[in-house]
Write a new protein. Structure first.
Length: 595
């Protein structure tokens, strides 16, 4: 239960919904309970009047007795009708307050979680898979909503009905009240028990269902591979197997479900039998009127539904607590990428990396060892190395996606830990190794949130990234929508769009992480030539595994297994006759063969 405390701030925020909802619940139940007494009065009246009616047999007064009797019954009937209507009106208001409150809280909670996700560092997303992140914000919030809405509504209903009904029952006959309430604890316990089984089984079914949808989704998106490896038949068999498990579990659930209503009926019926038997004795002893027996039976049925709801409410609250616990776990994680001094400034672009050592926090892999480099503002440096040598790690550290384990990175002589994180990132144009494009138009992919960007800037960026000619070939040009339902770009086009996105915002520092790997050498040269113009006056870090990308840089750093093995200008390194020279000769001869 302590996990649900987190939601109290929302109850406070929407206190008026809660207070009014409680009042409306009480009022609507009052209108529900009072008719039982009217029925008692009516029935007792019938009994008495019939005696009177026969007593006046043969007298003129008999017809007046009849008229009075008919009028009273009509009046009682009308009263019951009006009360039922009023109950209905208030029931409407109950839902309009409590369920509306739950929808508001659901909205706030979703926003709170999403906003919190956005503040969390990359390492968080490494540790938790996307499915988990999504489940918190959809399924778990949904379960919590069942608590803040329906569970509270039924809970309040239960309490007010119990208080009212037991109050009225006691005022009529105490002995009968005790007898009627005897099966109640047993009833609520068994409902709770059966309900827990139902919930557990439906959760298993839910898990199975998501397995099936993951399976089918994968089968559809991988349909090309599936077909070319002739796996249609095995895939169908695997699907049938999953579907079979689902069917079996569903049938299990139906079995338990079917137990539910008979159980409730038996126990409610038991209470009615007790009322008739004990009530009959009391009537014979003259302590109770016959009308009261009917009244009590009505009370028994009024208590039945809240009893069912009690079991349901209890298991909903349990589930909500479990969900909220999971949500809290995420909400309690705070980002460690914070800036104490929070310096916001226009960056010149001077980079200094001093003896940096970096270990990935989640895997413990040592990615950089004693790495140092100095890039003055406006200079360009190329970082070359094989896969896994730590090149992308440098890009991550410069954007402060992670903090260094040892050593320091300074930008414009200021440790980046003291710079405002968003300010720093927004002045770096970063083209990540794994291109990601959003299912949106090409224009919006280039703009990506920079609303002030002009059409000229977008076009210029596309031209510089050598993408413009491709774009205007599409019938819809920059409005062409990408993604699953839109156009699929080739690997090279995607990379160039990704470059256009980075250069369009005219950053002070440009980091290109192996972003030309999917374009041919000719296009690479073209882009690099265009970039030369852009790189003028900006600091650029070009990460690559191809020497052709590195030629243009003022300086080249050769990286191997996290260590710097060689550095200098292209000419220096060629002269040194070391690893760079070796790589150069190898790659250039391959290229000659290719062209
Ligand atoms: N997010 C990460 N978490 C844990 N280990 C990582 C992560 N990214 C990269 N690594 C590891 O760090 C090393 C350097 O990786 P990386 O910088 O990506 O190399 P490169 O870009 O040169 O191919 C590799 O051994 C890689 O497995
Ligand atoms: Mg890399």
């Amino acid at each position: 239960m302590k996990y649900l405390k987190h939601l109290n701030k929302y109850f406070l925020k929407y206190k008026w919904y809660l207070i009014l909802g409680t009042v409306f619940t009480a009022v609507s139940n009052l209108f529900g309970v009072v008719p039982a007494q009217i029925v008692r009065y009516a029935l007792d009246l019938v009994k008495e009047t019939i005696d009177l009616y026969f007593l006046f047999d043969g007298f003129k007064l008999q017809s007046s007795v009849y008229e009075f009797f008919a009028f009273s019954i009509l009046l009682y009937g009308l009263m019951i009708l009006v009360l039922a209507l009023l109950k209905g009106v208030f029931l409407f208001l109950v839902r309009q307050t409590l369920i509306v409150m739950s929808r508001h809280i659901e909205f706030d909670l979703k926003n709170e979680i999403y906003h919190h996700y956005q503040t969390l560092p990359l390492s968080f997303y490494r540790k938790n898979n996307t499915g988990d992140l999504m489940a918190r914000i959809s399924e778990d919030v949904n379960k919590v909503r069942m608590y803040v809405g329906p569970a509270i509504m039924y809970g309040l209903n239960l309490i007010t009905v119990f208080i009212l009904v037991i109050w009225y029952m006691l005022s009529v006959n105490q002995k009968l009240t005790l007898w009627v309430l005897l099966p109640v604890p047993f009833l609520s316990f068994s409902i709770y028990f059966v309900n827990t089984i139902i919930m557990r089984k439906s959760e298993q079914i839910q898990a199975n269902l998501s397995k099936i949808s993951t399976f089918t989704q994968e089968a559809f998106s991988g349909i090309r591979v599936l077909k070319s490896f002739v796996q249609e038949e095995p895939s169908t068999i695997a699907f049938t197997k999953q579907a079979n498990i689902y069917r079996q579990k569903s049938l299990d659930l139906v079995k338990v479900d079917s137990l539910f209503s008979p159980l409730v009926s038996v126990l409610a019926g038991l209470s009615s039998v007790i009322v008739v038997y004990v009530g009959g004795m009391e009537v014979m002893a003259g302590r109770l009127t016959p009308g009261s027996i009917t009244e009590f039976i009505m009370y028994v049925y009024m208590l039945t539904w809240p009893m069912i709801a009690l079991g349901w409410t209890a298991s909903q609250i349990q589930r909500a607590a479990a969900s909220q616990q999971r949500i809290n776990e995420f909400l309690n994680i705070k980002t460690d990428i914070v800036s104490k001094q929070n310096i916001s400034k226009e960056i010149e672009g001077d980079i200094e990396v001093r003896h940096v050592h970096f270990v990935y926090p989640d895997s413990g892999i040592v990615a950089l060892k004693d790495f140092s480099m100095k890039v003055s503002a406006g200079e360009s440096v190329a970082i070359l190395g094989t896969t896994g040598s730590g090149k992308s790690t440098i890009a991550n550290l410069l954007c402060r996606m992670y903090d260094v384990s040892e050593g320091e990175i300074r930008i414009d002589k200021i440790p980046i830990k003291n710079l405002n994180v968003n300010g720093l990132r927004s002045q770096i144009g970063y083209v990540p190794q794994d291109v990601f494009l959003f299912s949106d138009s090409i224009r919006n992919n280039v703009k990506f949130g920079a609303d002030e960007m002009t059409e000229e800037q977008i076009i210029q960026a596309a031209k510089d990234a050598d993408l413009y000619d491709n774009v205007i070939d599409f019938p819809e040009g920059f409005d062409t929508v990408l993604g699953e339902r839109g156009v699929t770009l080739s690997g090279g086009q995607k990379q160039r769009l990704s470059i256009a996105r980075a250069i369009a915002r005219e950053p002070r520092i440009l980091i290109l992480d192996d972003c030309l790997s999917a374009v041919d050498t000719k296009t690479e040269n073209q882009i690099l030539n265009n970039l030369q113009g852009i790189m003028k006056g900006r600091t650029s870090v070009i990460i690559s595994h191809r020497v052709s990308s590195a030629k243009l840089a003022d300086r080249i750093i050769m990286l191997d297994d996290g260590y710097i093995v060689e550095q200098g200008t292209h000419d220096d390194l060629m002269e040194a006759n070391g690893v760079y020279r070796e790589l150069y000769d190898k790659q250039m001869s391959v290229e000659e063969v290719a062209t």
